[in-house]
Write a protein that binds this ligand. Structure first.
Ligand SMILES: Cc1ncc(COP(=O)(O)O)c(C=O)c1O
Length: 501
């Protein structure tokens, strides 16, 4: 019954549109849920059975199911299969379609919207506590709090009424100058201070770009695997996410499906999140040429470039841009502390006035005393010293983790586990063979009080990647030294199990 419905929907969609098969199946399954043919709590046939019934490859089925899970329609329960989420609105296809057409995504009162459902579903299959090795988290216990309090007090004491108002000029001018000076020297960004817009962090920078540069339903190319925060920002703004695979040279525009021309391309070229790949120079030129050919804007997220431990410095992609299509964004989350909620967006000169106006109208930016304190923190050299100390300390932690993982790596030149992305940032990626269930492994490691993230959970569409994304920024060196061998032992045990299976 279900397979008949899915087959007829796919045939209809295939005749209408040049959709790839996984997308046709995604749409057909979504329709089955919205029309009540699959009901809340119902178990989906296994991907193997679906593939057989529909005469599709298993990868196609898994890609469709993964996308529906990411968007909150389906829930996977370990060992027992995939189920329709309880929150999926049923029998509302007409209403949902009408709301989609209006761009409102409405749903019955008391229910989440379809978009709300997607946004409120955790991206990684499980939410794990922040513990040693959680990626993306810095050690903010090292932040010079006393000095920071003194600067904040000083600027609150000096505050005059204007500083308590909203700000319509893109942020506190001395802070924008300080950011511009830093980016020009250390990241080779080509800019004037006027092009810097201070935001509440990367999330807000992304939302501004999505809202101002793309319309509802436009396509954004996103790295696969991806930073979940970016994917959610694009979902929230109603863009169609088109995953583009990443390899060891970064995002590969040559493999993108040209039937989905991008309006925006989002990438992390200095240290791909989460694989850690550094985008090669030829690939950078290829990406800029592709963006030019499509008339697309490029969103460069340079989230952890402050920490580079080995290899030559990596300049920004923006520095290679000759026609003003790259928007560059950074954050103070990783160097100061995440709760500071300050980041920056560098926009091409032609967009400055539009971005300032829209930022003011949409977000009513403020926090001038905080921005003034940060400007002084940077001008007086405290930012550089904090960075120097952090680099030293994270470098030692990284080295200690690398040593602990050495015994599980394959010998150079042979197939097997290897590490990617350890030259920069606050995390590395231990890449594992395809037969390893990295999600189960991460759960087993969590039972030992350690949090790592399974690489496959960051994938939007692809099914070939396995590994562990491991942070070394959060825990002190002594903890890394204690926990590294525990982590390595769990990985070794898993590899032995996978080999003998
Ligand atoms: C790829 C990437 N971009 C940006 C951020 C941080 O963004 P925000 O400034 O919103 O804290 C993170 C945090 O983990 C990240 O991993």
């Amino acid at each position: 019954m279900l397979s008949e419905f899915l087959l007829s929907e796919m045939t209809r969609l295939g005749a209408q549109d040049a959709l790839p098969l996984h997308r046709q199946l995604y749409e057909a399954l979504r329709r089955a849920m919205l029309d009540g043919k699959l009901t809340a709590g119902e178990r989906l046939p296994s991907s193997r059975d679906l593939a057989q019934d529909l005469n599709l490859s298993r990868n196609t089925v898994v890609a469709a199911i993964n996308q529906l899970s990411v968007e909150g329609y389906l829930l996977s329960r370990v060992g027992s299969g995939t189920y329709v989420n309880d929150n999926v609105p049923r029998g509302h296809s007409g209403a949902v379609a009408r709301h989609h057409a209006r761009g409102a995504f409405g749903a019955a009162p008391g229910r989440l919207s379809v978009r709300g459902l997607a946004l409120s579903t955790a991206f990684c299959a499980t939410q794990l506590e922040v513990q040693p090795f959680t990626p993306g988290i810095a050690d903010f216990s090292a932040f010079p709090l006393t000095l920071w309090q003194r600067l904040q007090n000083k600027h609150w004491r000096m505050t005059y009424p204007d500083m308590l108002d909203y700000n319509d000029s893109g942020g506190y001018a001395p802070l924008r100058r300080a950011i511009a000076d830093y980016l020009r020297v250390f990241r080779s960004v080509q800019l004037e201070a006027d092009q810097v817009i201070v935001t509440t962090g990367t999330q807000q920078s992304l939302e501004l770009c999505a809202r101002l540069l793309a319309d509802h339903g436009d396509t954004v190319w996103v790295e696969d695997p991806a930073y979940w925060g970016a994917a959610k920002a694009f979902m929230a703004t109603g863009l169609a996410i088109h995953p583009v695979p990443v390899d060891d040279e970064g995002i590969h525009p040559g493999t993108a499906d040209d039937t989905h021309p991008p309006r925006l391309i989002y990438l992390t070229p200095s240290h791909q999140y989460p694989t850690g790949a550094v985008m090669s120079l030829p690939r950078r030129h290829q990406l800029l040429a592709t963006a030019r050919a499509h008339g697309a804007w490029v969103l460069e997220d340079d989230y952890d470039s402050e920490y580079r431990f080995s290899g030559p410095p990596i300049s920004s992609l923006e520095g290679l841009d000759t026609d003003g299509r790259v928007l560059y964004m950074g954050t103070f989350s990783k160097v100061l502390y995440p709760g500071i909620k300050l980041g920056y967006l560098v926009v091409p000169k032609t967009l400055v006035a539009a971005f300032k106006q829209a930022h003011y109208d949409l977000n009513r930016p403020g926090q001038m005393p905080l921005q003034a304190a940060l400007a002084e923190f940077i001008e007086m050299g405290h930012f550089s010293s904090a960075l120097r100390r952090a680099r030293q300390s994270y470098g030692e932690r990284r080295q200690c983790l690398l040593e602990a993982l050495k015994p599980v790596l394959a010998p150079a030149g042979s197939e097997g586990p290897f590490i990617s992305g350890a030259e920069q940032g606050l995390h590395l990626c231990l890449r594992l063979p395809g037969q390893v269930d990295d999600q189960a492994l991460a759960r087993r490691i969590a039972q030992q009080g350690l949090t790592v993230r399974p690489l496959s959970a960051y994938c939007l569409e692809r099914t070939d990647l396995r590994g562990l994304v491991i942070g070394y920024g959060y825990a002190p060196l002594t903890e890394i030294a204690r926990c590294g061998p525990v982590l390595a032992a769990a990985v070794r045990q898993e590899l032995e199990g996978a080999r003998s299976a």
